[in-house]
Design a protein around this ligand. Structure first.
Ligand code: SAM
Length: 275
């Protein structure tokens, strides 16, 4: 029999598809904790069953209240508690951030066990530059907010990584084509599963592909960085056009100058021409 685990919070990454993608340490910790806090007891119950484990589970999801957190933290003072999400690394576009914060504030020991996460896996597969990247969670569902978010990130010299859903991928690619033209895109789908694929190309080409053959399953959308100054100029032109749909030339120029680092006066002159 192993020594009991010290009391505290253990963040345990679980597979994102292929059940083989769980570490030996994760299985060992899940075996030795008293309680597994999880988003959905049915989903985690299946994983535990697959691992041959039977554990008390407590639901901890996006709707958890401060009282739910306080109760869990009280348990952690005396017992080891694992937090898992439905799939992948807890806290990455999943619940747990407030729980970790509260536990740390209360002086509870917090241990994080690394493992699968769709964002990093997609980045490594995509062939896009990975020396600088920004993971930005899910893009907003509404067009105006989605465009605004893409505009905000347009000047960043980094690969952008978003989580997406199959019903929204065509609209997302349409927005990328309009707001960030000329970028190299990758769409990574069903990672570690039977129908895994990672498709690269322009946003227009990928949009046409998924219009003709609707995407299924879970998706990561990656947008390559602007390759050089020339592309930044093209991006700036497209961004100006987008901004001018809602804003005055001076406001549009200010927003694009902030995003791209380009000269505001020249952008203003161009905005007046475009208007
Ligand atoms: N915590 C998870 C992680 O570490 O990757 C992410 C949870 S988030 C609620 C779910 C989103 O992650 C999906 O909508 C999809 O965008 C992405 N995702 C999860 N599993 C995936 C997979 N096998 N292939 C592609 N994307 C995946």
């Amino acid at each position: 029999m192993d020594d009991p685990l010290s009391p505290g919070l253990y963040l345990v990454a679980t597979p994102i598809g292929n059940l083989g993608d769980i570490t030996r340490r994760a299985v060992e910790v899940l075996d030795r904790v008293s309680i597994v806090a999880c988003e959905d007891t049915r989903v985690t119950g299946k994983l535990l069953h697959h691992l041959g484990l039977s554990k008390r589970m407590i639901r901890y999801d996006d709707h958890a209240s401060p009282q739910d957190r306080a109760r869990l933290v009280e348990i952690m003072r005396n017992e080891p508690v694992a937090l898992v999400s439905d799939a992948g690394t807890p806290l990455v576009s999943d619940p747990g951030y407030r729980l970790v914060r509260t536990a740390r504030e209360e002086g509870i020991s917090v241990t994080s066990l690394p493992g699968a996460s769709a964002a990093v896996l997609a980045l490594t597969l995509s062939g896009l530059p990975n020396d600088r990247f920004l993971f930005a969670g899910f893009l907003p569902a509404k067009e105006k907010a989605r465009d605004a978010e893409l505009r905000e990130l347009a000047g960043l010299r980094a690969t952008l990584i978003f989580y997406e859903t199959a019903p929204r991928i065509v609209a997302a690619l349409d927005a990328v084509a309009r707001v960030l033209p000329g970028r190299e895109i990758a769409v990574a789908r069903e990672l570690t599963k039977k129908f895994e694929e990672c498709r690269s190309g322009s946003a227009e080409d990928l949009k046409a592909h998924f219009e003709a053959k609707p995407a299924k399953g879970e998706i990561v959308l990656l947008i390559g960085p602007p390759p050089d100054e020339a592309v930044t100029a093209i991006d700036a032109e497209a961004m100006l056009r987008e901004e001018l749909r809602y804003a005055k030339p001076s406001q549009a120029a200010a927003a694009v100058a902030k995003a791209t680092g380009l000269d505001r006066k020249s952008l203003y002159a161009r905005a007046l021409e475009l208007k």
